[in-house]
Design a binder for this molecule. Sequence first.
Ligand code: B16
Ligand code: MG
Length: 216
Amino acid sequence: MGNIKSCLFDLDGVIVDTAKYHYKAWKRLCNELGFDLTIDENENLKGISRAESLDILLKKGNVRLSDEKREMYMERKNNWYLEYVEQMSPGEALPGSLDFLKACKDAGYKVALGSSSKNALRILEKIDVLHLFDAVIDGTKVSKGKPDPQTFTLGAEATKAHPSECVVFEDSIAGIEAGIAGGMYTVGVGDPETLERANLVISGFENVGLEIFEKF
Ligand code: B16
Ligand code: MG
C-alpha cells in the first residue's frame, strides 16, 4: 500500500501506557526531594529520556545535585518504576495496538520499536510482543534523545528503509518532532491539538486498519 515499507512504533503511550508508572515513580522521587509533581506537569516528560526528565524536575523544584547524587536518584526512580513493570501482563497493551502491529507484520511491513526507554526490552517481554519486532531501537542504543531523529533514523536503517518509506507512530510532541526531523511520515496517537504537527492523528488503534497508509 502506498510508499510505506517500515512502521516505527514508540512504546510508552502507543503500545502500552507505562506513563502512569513513570508518573508514580517520579512523583515519589519529587516528594522525597521536597516538592510535588502534578499529572499535567508529567505530560512534559513523555518521550523524554530519564536523565533529561530528572533535569527538568530538579529545575522545577529548584534543587541542585552533584552528578553522583543525580545518578543515585535516577537509579532509585528506576527501581520503583521496575517494580510496576514486573507486575505487567499481556492484557496491558493499549486497545487495538497489538492487532494493528500484527496486521502490519502480516501485510509484509517491517516493524521496529523506537523508544527512549532503557527498559523497553523488558516491557516488550512482559506484554509478550518482542517476537513481532524486526528491530528494537531503545534508550540503550541512542546518544541523542527525541526530538533528535536518531531513534527513528536507526529504526529506518535497521529495517533497510529510506526515511521517506517510514511511518512513525508517536504519542509525544518530542517524538513527532523527531519523526519530522528524520524525514518520515508521522501518525500522532492522542490529542489532535497537542500533536498538530503530525501528518495524521488517531485517538488510538481501535478500529484503525492499514488503510491509513493510503494517505502516505
Ligand atoms: P526509562 P517512549 C519514554 O518512553 C517515556 O515516555 C518517558 O517518560 C521516559 O522517561 C523515557 O521513555 C525513558 O524511560 O527511564 O525507562 O529509560 O515514549 O519513548 O517509549
Ligand atoms: Mg511515548
